[in-house]
Design a protein. Sequence first.
Length: 190
Amino acid sequence: PLFTAFNFDSHTQHMVGYFNGGVKFVLFGVAIYLLAYYNYSSEKALENANHVLLEHTIELNRSNEDLEQFAYIISHDLKTPVRNINSFLELLRQRYDSCLDADGKEYIEYSRKGAVRLSKQIDDLLVYCRVGRNLPPSASVDMNVVAQCAQMQLAAKIELKKAKVVVEGKLPVLHHSHQNMMLLLLHHLV
């Protein structure tokens, strides 16, 4: 009851049909143009973002290489003076041991242990600089097996210190990890 049908003559109906087809064609063309324009804009923005990301990645890789090389050079150059300090402290202890009182001997021993500790830290820095190089592909790592390996490697030190390593519960399986790195981590923790 709210719709009234209009019957146009056939010429008017044909004209309305042509007009309707033209409007559909124009609207379809505008829709395709808008989709293509936004698709092009999105692709351009994505291409620019990828280009910027690639530049940052290249710069980060270069910076990391420079940092690794710097750390390697510095740690390598520090080893000689530390070795000299340790050697001279040992010579001082050997030559003047009879002339030194207990405090003097204790100071030399503290200094020598400090030099040994510094040498170990320099070695650790060198190891750290090489960590990212030549790693195998990541895989799943059972931390229970890694913990057992770390305990076996450290068995002599654990026994010497009369220590006890306790692992409570079951350790997880880590995905996308390096077994050697996890072993090194547990080794240092223990």
